[in-house]
Design a protein. Structure first.
Length: 93
């Protein structure tokens, strides 16, 4: 059985990598039909423990672009891979 990653998890991974996304981009990249509703769910999920905040900005064309800002004060010991799995971050000096 193949490891299937949900659309929501793919959007979270995309945002956690420091990128922003609009509804049109989410539709073409991930097949998300209602980004506003999905971002509402994501906001509840990621802001629950205070490590991430969902932020928005208005684009020149008037659409909304969503971002996730890392509010974690320390260094993370893991990252999310493209397939949604967690992997350790190599220690750097």
């Amino acid at each position: 059985m193949a490891n299937v990653i949900s659309k929501k998890r793919r959007v979270i991974n995309y945002l956690a990598a420091g990128r922003g996304i609009t509804a049109a981009e989410a539709r073409s990249r991930f097949g998300v039909k209602n980004l506003r509703a999905m971002m509402s769910d994501i906001r509840v999920l990621v802001e629950r423990y205070g490590n991430w905040e969902v932020e928005t900005e208005e684009t020149r064309s008037g659409s909304t672009r969503y971002f996730m800002r890392d509010t974690h004060t320390g260094r993370r010991k893991f990252k999310f891979d493209v397939d949604g799995s967690r992997s350790a971050i190599a220690a750097t000096r």
